[in-house]
Design a protein around this ligand. Structure first.
Ligand code: BGC
Length: 255
């Protein structure tokens, strides 16, 4: 089986997006195909969407899937912004069965981080690098000299006694109808707290909010420089494909 081209899929709060990825170049080689996330976003409903995406691309090879929760060996352990019935589901098994392809699932922020470090804003950067995806949730990833510690969940640290996601996500900005300056102040508070805990040398901001960087970057006061992600909304699918390639290689070596 060739592993250069892999179908990458990102499960998001509002859409499930897929494209065939050239994992060597970190680029999409097809158009992105998007299906709205079914509501409620149960495992079975999302598995059906995945099988539609696979059919759309007439795909038969390996698939990588980014999921918005902790994933240990293919099993979901948390589901902060999706249906609770995901918890303890073996996603690799569920999705492989639904699509007929070999599927590997990974945390969505970890996937985006892999792509940004190899092909995007983190390329060639040394030291401790942090990627924060700002969308429905807060995805957090740390790389130390290129090495990732998976499933870091610093989006849920406490800020003012509550989950930081309730205070500083892009979803909170929309829900509470905050103007950009107010939200930027909140997000800056969050970043300062993260800085006290993790001391990154560089912070990269990805996810939906990163498209509006000019509205809030000038308000950020961390010691570490903050830069926008460069693969924008493609990082998740590119990274999911990269992770699938990694697992497929491992499994091949183990045989
Ligand atoms: C989840 C993370 C996820 C992030 C971004 C958070 O609510 O706990 O696992 O990476 O949202 O989707």
């Amino acid at each position: 089986m060739k592993l250069r081209k892999i179908l990458g899929i990102d499960i998001g709060g509002s859409g499930v997006k897929g494209a065939v990825i050239d994992t060597k170049k970190g680029r999409l080689i097809t158009e992105r195909y998007r299906i709205p996330t079914p509501q409620p976003a149960t495992p079975e409903a999302v598995a059906k969407v995945l099988s539609k995406i696979v059919k759309h691309f007439k795909w038969k090879g390996p698939v990588g899937v980014g999921f918005p929760g902790v994933i240990q060996q293919g099993v979901a352990r948390t589901a902060a912004n999706v249906d609770n019935s995901w918890i303890d589901k073996d996603l690799n098994r569920l999705f492989s069965k639904a699509t007929g392809c070999r599927v590997h699932a990974v945390n969505d922020a970890d996937a985006a981080g892999m792509a940004e470090v190899k092909f995007g804003a983190g390329k060639g950067k040394k030291g401790t690098l942090m990627l924060i995806t700002v969308g429905t949730g807060l995805g957090t990833v740390i790389f130390s000299n290129g090495n990732l510690v998976p499933n870091l969940e610093m989006g849920h640290i406490l800020l003012h006694g509550a989950d930081a996601e309730l205070y500083a996500t892009d979803a909170a900005r929309k829900r509470l109808k905050l103007d950009w300056d107010t939200w930027a102040g909140r997000f800056n508070e969050y970043l300062l707290r993260i800085e006290e805990l993790a001391w990154p040398d560089l912070i990269i901001i990805g996810g939906g909010a990163s498209k509006k960087g000019e509205k809030f970057f000038p308000h950020l006061t961390t010691k570490a420089p903050v830069i926008p992600a460069s693969l924008k909304n493609e990082a998740g699918i590119v990274g999911a494909a990269m992770v699938s390639k990694y697992y497929n290689k491992l499994e091949r070596e183990e045989k």
